[in-house]
Design a binder for this molecule. Structure first.
Ligand SMILES: Cc1cc2nc3c(=O)[nH]c(=O)nc-3n(C[C@H](O)[C@H](O)[C@H](O)COP(=O)(O)O)c2cc1C
Length: 188
């Protein structure tokens, strides 16, 4: 069992990472952690797009420009930790997604032009924390869910969120503990 842990937490004292670590402590097998923030992943530029298209056309699946996509497609399970930023998640996660979405590796199109998934993983877990109350899931978990269901073919999705952590009077530790108990319950 190979779990890919996509850690896009930025702050040293990240509460989102703390929740993710609690979840991952339940897991057996190999955990491969990548951190698009620390790796300084930027969005696809023109040179990289050309390089990627050329590697895909020649089926050079060991080309470095396809490395994130291949790693994602080969994982047995995916865990994403992403703080709720600007109604969404840190830009590094979007930049990472641009590397992962490769036709012929993580998804492809059938003759009717409908996308179908090519990822080994059946399950994806999305973990976030928010300063206030999440106004709309559409741009955070909802976006990842749409990618999973439309492109990757991953349909077993779990979503954990701790909200209100920056609001005055919030019992931060208590709120995190509640989510950790939800995680524990899911493992029973
Ligand atoms: C750049 C930035 C943008 C944020 N945007 C939002 C937001 O749109 N809504 C919200 O409720 N909290 C927002 N917050 C607060 C974070 O969601 C909150 O502090 C979260 O717990 C941070 O996660 P962390 O402890 O893992 O770093 C933002 C924080 C930062 C630093």
């Amino acid at each position: 069992m190979k779990t890919l842990f996509i850690n896009t937490c930025v702050r040293e004292e990240s509460r989102t990472r703390k929740l993710a670590e609690h979840y991952l402590a339940h897991m057996e097998g190999e955990i491969i952690e990548i951190n698009p923030v620390k790796e300084g992943l930027y969005g696809l530029d023109w040179d990289m797009l050309k390089e990627r298209d050329s590697a895909l056309a020649k089926k050079e699946f060991d080309h470095p420009v396809l490395a994130y996509a291949c790693q994602f497609a080969e994982a047995d399970q995916i865990v994403i930790a992403a703080p709720y930023w600007d109604l969404s998640f840190p830009a590094a996660l979007k930049n990472y997604i641009e590397r992962v979405n490769c036709v012929g590796i993580t998804f492809d199109y059938d003759e009717q032009g409908r996308p179908f998934g090519m990822c080994k993983a059946k399950k994806l877990v999305y973990i976030t924390t928010a300063g206030g109350y999440i106004i709309d899931d559409a741009f955070g978990f909802g976006y990842i869910k749409a990618l999973c269901e439309n492109f990757y073919g991953i349909h077993d999705l779990s979503y954990y969120k701790a909200e209100g952590l920056d609001l005055p009077g919030t019992d931060i530790e208590g709120t995190l503990q509640t989510v950790m108990r939800q995680m524990d319950a899911a493992w029973q």
